[in-house]
Ligand binder design. Structure first.
Ligand code: SF4
Length: 73
């Protein structure tokens, strides 16, 4: 799973890092960004989904496992 954060939408509420501290970090002004180029560590998938759901401006996109596309063909 990967996450993507649209920095142009982020309003610095800081909730993403509160709900998914292994997935997002905040800068000095409270604006979030994904760690590890957006790659969600194993076991943090639910936290990442929760962070996306709780972001007040819906700045977080979730990309579910890439394997789903690979196994199709
Ligand atoms: S919860 Fe949303 S608005 Fe708040 S810091 Fe994270 S991405 Fe930005």
């Amino acid at each position: 799973m990967r996450v993507q954060l649209d920095a142009t939408m982020c309003d610095g509420y800081g909730r993403c890092a509160e709900f998914a501290p292994d997935v997002f970090v905040l800068d000095d002004w409270g604006y979030g960004s994904p760690v590890a180029a957006g790659e969600v560590p194993p076991g943090s998938e639910d936290a990442a989904r929760l962070a996306a759901a709780e972001c007040p401006v819906k700045a977080i996109l979730i990309h579910e496992a890439r394997d789903a596309a690979r196994t199709r063909g």
